[in-house]
Ligand binder design. Structure first.
Ligand SMILES: [Zn+2]
Length: 82
């Protein structure tokens, strides 16, 4: 079964060995996606800004964080205006 978040990585058959998505605490996702969610949380973007499967994946399978840094800038600008 493919990871529902990226549609690239295969999930490990033993469910508990995958990462639990922070979006609902119910859905298992692949480990790179788990790390990506943790990073988004860390920079306070969170997980609500993207729909699945996420489109931010480069050909080498890594998450493209350049867009994320732009998103973070937008979030900060928005926060300044409120
Ligand atoms: Zn994934």
């Amino acid at each position: 079964m493919k990871c529902p978040r990226c549609q690239i990585e295969d999930l490990i058959e033993v469910q508990a060995m995958n990462a639990l998505s922070r979006s609902d605490n119910l859905t298992y996702i692949c480990s790179p996606c788990g790390e990506d969610e943790a990073f988004l949380d860390f920079i306070k973007i969170g997980h609500v800004t993207e729909s699945w499967p996420i489109s931010r994946i480069r050909e080498n399978g890594h998450f493209d964080l350049r867009n994320i840094m732009q998103m973070r800038k937008l979030v900060e600008e928005f926060a300044d205006e409120v």
